[in-house]
Design a protein around this ligand. Structure first.
Ligand code: HEC
Length: 134
């Protein structure tokens, strides 16, 4: 039996995509740059600001409106238009789906963080190579 969640916690999202590990690494970079100072780490379920791994499916469909059009500005969610791209938002979703998948399957947090660090390294190396070619 899975552990019973406190009543204020939604279950982890079951949405998934087939993103590459590089995309997950980029998503982690964007999440730490733009979101983590307000939103808790995916899966942790704490804090007054939502754990993004526990949103309903409808919220995931609204990411561009929420992040680029200020749909939740009245609730305190800033409009990040001009700061973040649609591709970065897509990568953040891939990072969140990866996180809910492995954490939901019971991967220990230290192993999860090691995997994320590897994917981030891969993404950073590819970005550095691409920059050299220019
Ligand atoms: C300045 C703090 C702040 C930053 C930075 C921030 N958010 Fe938020 N976000 C909030 C608050 C506050 C809410 C609304 C909480 C509520 O519903 O009461 C919210 C709500 C959301 C929601 C709706 C979640 C749900 O299930 O209802 C999404 C999605 C979201 N933010 C995504 C992001 C992403 C992605 C980033 C980074 C690109 C980000 N936010 C950056 C404060 C922030």
């Amino acid at each position: 039996m899975p552990k019973k969640l406190p009543p204020n916690e939604q279950p982890l999202t079951t949405l998934r995509d087939d993103a590459s590990t590089e995309a997950v690494g980029k998503g982690w970079n964007a999440f730490t740059q733009y979101c983590i100072h307000c939103h808790p780490a995916p899966g942790s379920g704490r804090g007054s600001v939502p754990d993004l791994a526990r949103s309903t499916d409808g919220v995931f469909d609204m990411y561009n409106q929420i992040i680029l059009e200020g749909a939740f500005a009245k609730k305190g969610m800033p409009n990040l238009k001009g700061k973040i791209t649609e591709q970065q938002i897509k990568d953040i979703k891939s990072f969140i789906f990866y996180s809910s998948d492995v954490l939901g399957k019971g991967m220990p947090v230290n192993e999860y963080l090691t995997n994320i660090a590897k994917m981030q390294y891969e993404a950073d190396m590819k970005a550095a190579e691409a920059a050299k070619k220019k």
